[in-house]
Write a protein that binds this ligand. Structure first.
Ligand SMILES: Nc1ncnc2c1ncn2[C@@H]1O[C@H](COP(=O)(O)OP(=O)(O)OP(=O)(O)O)[C@@H](O)[C@H]1O
Length: 255
């Protein structure tokens, strides 16, 4: 089933930077798609345009068959809770417990007052604990989030996103701040749980080897345009060079 249909998506920032240039992309339920591309290619802008943390300039985004461009208020809130987001910097509330951070994944389902008072239901609390069990952090649930290591904090980020019961996870360079061993652990958890739950994942990565290891499909972006869309086995060294080729101005900067 087509989960996401992106057509002619463009983003021009107010200073004139063209971050996305007429990009087309389709994502099916349950796929684990990795987006690669050089720094500044538009990977973060793409992910953030999907949940409208960034307002796209032009194009169409259909999520589960419904146009999401221009939606506001309740409709936007409903769409956002179906898209869990995982951030490079974890984005946890560090002074509260690990469990509370995971419960924040339920805020999109609660009234503002319930949320502000932290009135989580017993079912939500049980679900959050279950998620922590699945990411191997059950024993740590009452610790403050900032008492955990980076890799553990990212596992909390995964549990929080899953607690939303999303159809799609947007993971924006989830391992960029981690050492190789922690990176592998995070990718294993993310991949396995998405697979088990049938959740699609669109994940930005800088590491081509890791993209090839986990992705069911790889998208290569260069200067805001899609230049590759295929199976990991089809991503040849020549294609990698094309995706990462520098513009002449970048070459001058790095010379
Ligand atoms: N708020 C903004 N205002 C102006 N330009 C922006 C803004 N955010 C991003 N850009 C520019 O848009 C382009 C795409 O940025 P984006 O962060 O999407 O790239 P990226 O591929 O995710 O890069 P990286 O891998 O370094 O995170 C870059 O040229 C960047 O400088």
């Amino acid at each position: 089933m087509t989960l996401l249909q992106i057509e002619g998506l463009s983003k021009v920032y107010p200073d004139g930077t063209v971050a996305l240039d007429n990009l087309n992309l389709q994502l099916h339920s349950g796929e684990f798609v990795v987006v690669i591309g050089p720094s500044g290619a538009g990977k973060s802008t793409l992910l953030r345009s999907l949940n409208r943390m960034v307002e796209p300039t032009k194009g169409h985004i259909r999520f589960k068959g419904e146009e999401t461009m221009g939606i506001k208020g309740t409709k936007l809130r409903e769409m956002r809770r179906q898209m869990g987001m995982i951030f490079q910097g974890y984005n946890l509330v560090t002074r509260v417990s690990v469990l509370t951070n995971v419960l924040h994944g339920r805020l999109g389902y609660m009234s503002s007052l319930q949320g502000a008072l932290g009135l989580y239901s017993k079912t939500d609390t049980e679900a959050a604990k279950n998620m922590l069990q699945r990411v191997g952090l059950f024993e740590q649930m009452y610790k403050r989030a900032d008492e955990l290591s980076g890799g553990q904090q990212q596992r909390v980020g995964i549990a929080r996103a899953l607690c939303q019961q999303p159809d799609l996870i947007l993971a924006d360079e989830p391992i960029a701040s981690l050492d190789p061993a922690s990176s592998e652990t995070i990718m294993d958890y993310l991949y396995t749980i998405c697979k088990e739950e049938g959740i699609a994942c669109l994940c930005n990565l800088h590491q081509v080897d890791i993209a090839k290891k986990y992705a069911t499909r790889i998208i290569g972006i260069h200067k805001g345009s899609k230049v590759f869309d295929g199976a990991p086995a089809e991503l040849t060294d020549d294609m990698i060079r094309l995706i990462y080729k520098q513009s002449s101005s970048q070459e001058k900067e790095t010379a």
